[in-house]
Write a protein that binds this ligand. Structure first.
Ligand code: IPE
Ligand code: IPE
Ligand code: MG
Length: 245
């Protein structure tokens, strides 16, 4: 119902989502945390398809942080298994919807099987042009910035670039997200009001949207509500309201 109200000429070009609350959702139902993760994958499918349908060009999902490795082994193992299973299951949906899969993070830290499956789906969907779906896996924004700084330092040291060549664009080009536009809308579910080391550079001017809905309960309608809320905001980028009109 909200879908019809969305202005297709003012869609966020890049939506990023911190999918949070799977564990609490399961606990509320008296189940194990992993039950929440299993159900969270259903919300992923709904949101991915809805974004592709309405014409969002870039969707980035925070699926696993560098800090999440500290969780109990059973939970980490289950999350990795779910990743492999979802990639297998969703390949046809990605192809049908012409969605290109992309991944950001220290992918080498993933179990070999998960990494292989991921790279295969990335390769198979690489020609798709309707939407880019980026999975942040073993992702941490500080780690991303650290590796960018190291690469840039190497280039300066080897006289490939000079110190004066370092500008915002060059830094941007050394991030995992180098081929993505800045985030326009950042959504976090589950009522937490924090960023948890996600896309710190890329959200500099993003509109932030927080909802108490737990991720497994998050549907297309919740997504449309977030987009409508975004469309009712004035993005000033430092200017005055008068300058914009
Ligand atoms: C988000 O849900 C999924 C991941 C971080 C992998 P959580 O597992 O963080 O759920 P809560 O926050 O404990 O409820
Ligand atoms: C952030 O959620 C990471 C993901 C959604 C993958 P967390 O549940 O790990 O974040 P904190 O620990 O509550 O900040
Ligand atoms: Mg959480």
């Amino acid at each position: 119902m909200n879908e019809q109200l969305i202005n297709k000429d003012n869609l966020p070009k890049h939506i990023a989502i911190i999918m949070d609350g799977n564990g609490r959702w399961a606990k509320q139902k008296g189940k194990l945390r992993v039950f929440g993760h299993e159900n969270g994958t259903k919300s992923v499918r709904k949101v991915v398809e809805a974004c592709a349908r309405i014409g969002v060009a870039n969707l980035t999902l925070y699926a696993f942080s560098t800090e999440n490795w500290k969780r109990p082994k059973l939970e980490v193992d289950t999350l990795m298994k779910l990743l492999v299973a979802s990639l297998r299951k969703e390949l046809s949906t990605l192809q049908e919807n012409r969605i290109r899969l992309n991944a950001i993070g220290t992918l080498d830290a993933l179990p070999a099987k998960a990494k292989k499956e991921l790279l295969e789906v990335i390769e198979k969907t690489s020609k798709n042009d309707r939407m880019t779906l980026t999975l942040a896996l073993s992702y941490g924004s500080r780690e991303e910035l650290k590796s960018a700084v190291r690469e840039i330092a190497d280039k300066v040291k080897n006289n490939i670039i000079s110190k004066d060549d370092i500008d915002e664009e060059l830094i941007n080009n050394h991030l995992y997200t180098h081929d993505l536009p800045d985030v326009d809308l950042l959504i976090r579910t589950s009522g937490e009001h924090r960023i948890s080391n996600f896309l710190l550079w890329q959200i500099a001017y993003a509109e932030l949207y927080f909802t108490r809905t737990l991720w497994p309960d998050f549907t297309e309608e919740h997504l449309f509500e977030a987009i409508l809320n975004y469309q009712n905001r004035e993005r000033r980028f430092g200017k005055t309201s008068e300058q914009l009109n």
